[in-house]
Write a protein that binds this ligand. Structure first.
Ligand code: FES
Length: 158
């Protein structure tokens, strides 16, 4: 019979270093992306991932204007714009997202750079870096995928 301390020190030590701990359950939900060419791709998205993060599973991520399609630091560039065909399983829009969209439409300066006024918003317009997946069934029209050729350079070196 194994010795068992009255304070359960062995069990506490194991818990502290993660031995015997149950792995946390990762929950994923299907999201359908309708790509600019009309094709569709279903991505199993980890709960609380944004539509932008999950778009890394597409042939190219949603375009943001950042190199490699990364998110902008403040969620304010407005370039990850998508149209929501079904909002099922998505977090609702918050004021910061609405403010970013409004600033993009007005053409407000962002990160010290001037912008042209953007296209008018539709009720279905969202920013992919703000909309997070919390359930199944979202359907998203992607406006633009990141263009890898824009960062590859000229292979001939000329
Ligand atoms: S990546 Fe800039 S607003 Fe979404």
């Amino acid at each position: 019979m194994a010795f068992q301390s009255p304070l359960h020190l062995r069990r506490r030590l194991k818990q502290m270093v993660g031995i015997g701990a149950k792995p946390s359950q990762i929950v994923r939900f299907p999201v359908t992306y309708v790509l600019p060419d009309g094709s569709e791709q279903v991505v199993q998205v980890e709960e609380h991932y944004s539509l932008l993060m999950a778009s890394q599973a597409l042939p190219a991520p949603i375009s943001t204007g950042r190199r490699a399609g990364g998110t902008c630091p403040d969620g304010g560039c407005g370039l990850c714009r998508v149209e929501i065909l079904s909002a099922s399983g998505l977090t609702p829009m918050v004021q910061a997202e609405q403010d970013s969209l409004d600033a993009m439409v007005r053409g407000d300066e962002h990160e010290g750079r001037k912008r042209e006024p953007g296209e008018a918003l539709k009720p279905s317009t969202r920013l992919a870096c703000h909309a997070k997946v919390v359930g199944p069934g979202a359907r998203v029209q992607v406006i633009e995928l990141f263009d890898y050729d824009s960062v590859r350079g000229d292979p001939t070196g000329s």
